[in-house]
Design a protein around this ligand. Sequence first.
Ligand code: SAM
Ligand code: SF4
Length: 316
Amino acid sequence: MQDTFGRTISYMRLSVTDKCNCRCIYCMPRGGVARHTHGEVLSFEEMAEIVRAASKLGVRKVRVTGGEPLVRRGIVDLVAMLSDIEGIDEVDMTTNGTLLTPLAKDLRAAGLTRLNVSLDTLRPGRYQEISRVGELSDVLDGMRAARLAGFPPPKINCVLMGGVNDDEAADFVDIARREPVEVRFIELMPMGECARWPKERFVSGDVVLEVAPELERVGEGGVAELYSAPGFLGRVGLIRAVSHRFCSGCDRVRVTADGRLKPCLHSAAEVPLRGLHGLELERAIAHGIEAKPAHHNLVPGLRSSETPRDMFEIGG
Ligand code: SAM
Ligand code: SF4
């Protein structure tokens, strides 16, 4: 289905929990804050019903996210249910990767198409500082397990923060030089925990092109601008949400763990889907697609995201 600005919406991001086993400094408070009780979070049947309705409106790809999707009990069953839905060609997942090792094989067998793994540093000590509780070795083991389970090379999501990990930009670009992976640099967006951080923390994706001037634009994928260079096995993606406002390429809607459709990540508008069925549910999703604004309004240091939600509720 097309929105009012002619963008084709074919992608739904589904947050399956607001809980997480990590406490990344920019995303969650140290003590964690799951906002929703078990009963407030959509059941697997409700999620499948929403995706089924969305597929009738042209959604072809679903991304399971969170919070951390792998902490949701029965996640493999949910993946199997979503992959079985007619019209859905791709079920992907964004994960911090720390719990992947024991689950990779079953997720693949259940029909999970591909994985995006979030990784903000390649240094073990720094990984502990950023995630507050995670271990880098668990993520690396998880990626290895995914490869052995037959997944295609993951996309690696890296959020660069000035004075925290921006000195690693070149090391991350090097991964795309050596391996057939897509390393995606996501600009830090001012919301939740980091909404009031000093503006030096908000690094433009341009720094990646400064440390790797050999990179040449080779195309785009959704909201990512894709780069590569001679001799590279992989690609570098820049998701310059803040400095270059990627909204004209936006092809997605989001559903929060408590069943509210968000037409835009950064706006306060939400369409409640819970309790709706059949045509009524389809109409509500279509209404959400029609309500997509032309673009978001955030400006780091000046204007934070207008959504009252935190990133761990929405799923990125
Ligand atoms: N827990 C999973 C993970 O970390 O991959 C999935 C949920 S997490 C909210 C999804 C993505 O959002 C991660 O890549 C994370 O780095 C990113 N993220 C969280 N807060 C962000 C922010 N304020 N700005 C930009 N990206 C953010
Ligand atoms: Fe958890 Fe992902 Fe947020 Fe980190 S970015 S705290 S792993 S939800």
